[in-house]
Design a binder for this molecule. Structure first.
Ligand SMILES: Cc1cc2nc3c(=O)[nH]c(=O)nc-3n(C[C@H](O)[C@H](O)[C@H](O)COP(=O)(O)O)c2cc1C
Length: 76
């Protein structure tokens, strides 16, 4: 699972470097994906990743609050 997550992030970064957009997805039917991809019984689909050319007007990230508004550190 962890290796799959790291691999997916690396692919996302590589895709972005190539000017592509990507979207991770963990909410899927693993049985259906396994059947569609003809996975062996000892192979488990961890995540899906959609990769493609960004549509005109696409933005890299939706609006987020500043980190300082949602995270604080305490020395106590
Ligand atoms: C590991 C991972 C799994 C995700 N799985 C789903 C998913 O199953 N369905 C979904 O709608 N969004 C999922 N997301 C969120 C989308 O990929 C995306 O990050 C989210 O829609 C926020 O998009 P934004 O950054 O443009 O606002 C997942 C994100 C991550 C990092």
């Amino acid at each position: 699972m962890r290796s799959g997550a790291l691999a997916e992030m690396t692919i996302m970064l590589a895709a972005q470097g190539k000017g592509l957009a990507s979207g991770a997805m963990s909410g899927f039917d693993p049985v259906a994906v396994s059947a569609e991809c003809k996975l062996a019984s000892n192979e488990i689909p961890v995540m899906l990743l959609a990769v493609g050319r960004p549509a005109p007007g696409n933005w890299p990230r939706k609006v987020r609050r500043d980190v300082g508004a949602v995270l604080s550190f305490s020395a106590d």
